[in-house]
Design a protein around this ligand. Structure first.
Ligand SMILES: NC(=O)c1ccc[n+]([C@@H]2O[C@H](COP(=O)([O-])OP(=O)(O)OC[C@H]3O[C@@H](n4cnc5c(N)ncnc54)[C@H](O)[C@@H]3O)[C@@H](O)[C@H]2O)c1
Length: 373
């Protein structure tokens, strides 16, 4: 059966999602076949051009009209954060499957409204935390769930970038709290929070710190004019997991030299794992059970047929990349739709994630630990 997709937004994530819809059927043969029906943006000429380049049947400029079209099955939201809630709620009311980019919303309140809307409508929903679907990350999760690392004691997650380190980098929606909700926190710490929850479990308490180093940015097309940055450039947090494990979560977009350094290390009573997105086909594993003379971190090349998702791609050692994580996510969404079940992460995960982010913000303001209920 064919399912028609409407994608709202055609820039960075719009391109990544378009590629995923193109690749998923030839490589994974999902039970449902996505048809790239409508691409939606604001500028008619640009969105028509993008639809042609990316392979969509039609282009549109009014998301309100697109999400209620009877021929649309999936509404995919790849817009700035302030549009996630209105689009998702309208799509749910129209009975559509809703696939939304992270962070789910700009506030906990909005996230809760989105969850209520998809729950009331009884529609399938999914949140795009694509890093869960890196095969090496999935393997780490399987090792932890099987108990191979023993009792988990430490989660150490860092997400470091430097793309806004130049003070001349211009103002965009990402520096505006009303549009983005927060800065490095919602943009990239949200991914680390999701990985922490996926790998170690729920977070009960947080204490955090946020900073904006570059307080104004030039306004594009308005020489000499600047606008105030209303989000953080960097965030750090200590977290306490329900299991008793301790964690640290750091995210910054001004760590010079670091491009997309999404790394975590997890230490348990019987072993450790470490992952770095910039070497995403590898997982480092250390096991106490190894013979003493041979103990040390080993590097697993996560490209064997038995590793998650790999069989659909290439023979062992023929590595995969960033874009594959979106194909895996879309495949799991389509399979969940075929079973009429809600996959993970979903809007409930989005609400919990948002509570952690808001807890970090509150702690940064009050300089105290915050308990998450
Ligand atoms: N999963 C990931 O790893 C990842 C990576 C980057 C961004 N994101 C998330 O994806 C979302 C989009 O980020 P991006 O980097 O693609 O942003 P972007 O600025 O590159 O693209 C935003 C898109 O939204 C469209 N848009 C804005 N207002 C619109 C409107 N009123 N109607 C229709 N379209 C509109 C723009 O035309 C543009 O195509 C954000 O929520 C962001 O946090 C996720």
């Amino acid at each position: 059966m064919t399912v028609n997709v409407a994608l709202i937004g055609y820039a960075f994530m719009g391109r990544a999602h378009s590629n995923a819809y193109r690749q998923v059927t030839p490589f994974f043969s999902p039970r449902l076949t996505p048809r790239m029906k409508v691409l939606c943006g604001r500028d008619g000429r640009k969105v028509r051009e993008a639809a042609r380049t990316l392979g969509w049947d039609e282009a549109a400029t009014e998301w309100e009209a697109v999400v209620t079209r009877p021929d649309i099955h999936i509404v995919d939201i790849a817009t700035p954060g302030d549009l996630h809630a209105p689009i998702a709620i309208a799509a749910a009311k129209a009975g559509k499957v809703v696939f939304c980019e992270k962070p789910l919303a700009n506030t906990v309140r909005e996230a809760e409204q989105m969850l209520a809307a998809v729950t009331k409508a009884g529609v399938v929903h999914m949140l795009c935390h694509n890093y869960r679907r890196v095969p090496a990350v999935m393997l780490a999760q399987q090792l932890i769930a099987r108990g191979d690392l023993g009792e988990i004691r430490h989660f150490r997650g860092t997400y470091l970038q430097d793309w806004i380190i130049d003070p001349k980098f211009p103002m965009t929606w990402r520096f505006d709290r009303r549009r983005a909700g927060s800065g490095a926190l919602g943009d990239i710490a949200a991914h680390v929070v999701d990985l922490a929850r996926f790998l170690v479990g729920e977070i009960d308490e947080v204490t955090g710190d946020l900073t904006t180093f570059i307080k104004t940015r030039p306004l594009p097309g308005q020489p000499g004019k600047t606008a105030r940055v209303t989000v953080d450039d960097a965030s750090t947090a200590l977290v306490r997991f329900r299991s008793g494990a301790m964690g640290t979560i750091e995210a910054t977009r001004v760590a010079s030299g670091r491009k997309n350094h999404n790394r975590f290390e997890i230490n348990g009573s019987r072993g450790s794992v470490a992952f770095d997105l910039e070497r995403m086909n590898e997982l480092e594993l250390y096991l106490e059970s190894d013979r003493k003379s041979q103990r040390g971190f080993r590097r697993i090349l996560v490209t064997e047929g038995g590793h998650p998702y790999i069989k659909a791609w290439w023979p062992p050692g023929h590595i995969i990349g960033y874009e594959h994580t979106f194909t895996h996510t879309v495949f799991d969404l389509l399979e969940a739709m075929a079973d009429d079940r809600v996959p993970e992460p979903n809007f409930k995960d989005g609400v919990i994630n948002q509570r952690v982010l808001e807890g970090i913000e509150r702690s940064a303001r009050t300089r105290r630990w915050v308990e998450l209920s």
